[in-house]
Design a protein around this ligand. Sequence first.
Ligand SMILES: C[S@@+](CC[C@H](N)C(=O)[O-])C[C@H]1O[C@@H](n2cnc3c(N)ncnc32)[C@H](O)[C@@H]1O
Length: 242
Amino acid sequence: MTRDAQPGTVYLVGAGPGNPDLLTVRALKLLQTADILLPDDLVSDEVLNLARPAVAIIPVGKRCGQPRITQAGIHELMLHNARAGKSVVRLKSGDPLVFGRVGEEIAALRAGGVPFEIVPGITAAFAVAATLKTPLTDRTSASKLILATAHHAAGKLSLTPSWTGAFPDESTLVIYMPGRDFATLSTSLITSGIAPQTPCVAVSKATTPDELATITTVGQIGSAEIGPAPVILLIGKAISLP
Ligand SMILES: C[S@@+](CC[C@H](N)C(=O)[O-])C[C@H]1O[C@@H](n2cnc3c(N)ncnc32)[C@H](O)[C@@H]1O
């Protein structure tokens, strides 16, 4: 069986898309043995409820781009608690290495000389495809899988993501953090060369009891009824739904 969380160590752990059944065995073990949890907003209560009762939970999510805690503050919490001899689980939704500023956290841990481990999780793209029972690749129509985001870092020059070149032939495009302006996104995708009739599925709150999937096309997404955040888009001919 996998090792307990160790004193003085930070664990960057993927919590999966929400459903606790999708945690790894390693993640569960760390939840049950760590001293401190630092979860993002998207980590579900069902997952947090699996932690041992004595754990200290310090939420470190940043909603709607309005930080309640800065990224530097998160680094400080990880470093300070590990140096005080605590085992710290930094719990991130999905997989910790996908669209979660983990590069900055790894750099801070390395610079601080604090031992750390990374525990993969099921990223939203894979969880959504499983829940929809659709392949992401297909040997006749999708030999490439592209994980992209429509969200740009604050301070980046262009506020409108450019999709030109982002969708080569025979690929599936998954868009994390698509925002709520689906009409502009649709126009921008079509302008960059994606055919309007390309299948598109928007999934809100995947793997939770409130999951809502909207089946549409790239051309129609601006007028489709799409559920609340978090939402992810799957686009491409391989997305096959009944
Ligand atoms: C900051 S990114 C984090 C991604 C995460 N690290 C992963 O691997 O899934 C947050 C975005 O992931 C997607 N996402 C995460 N969980 C989701 C869920 N349960 N249902 C739909 N989309 C989800 C949404 O696009 C959301 O805006």
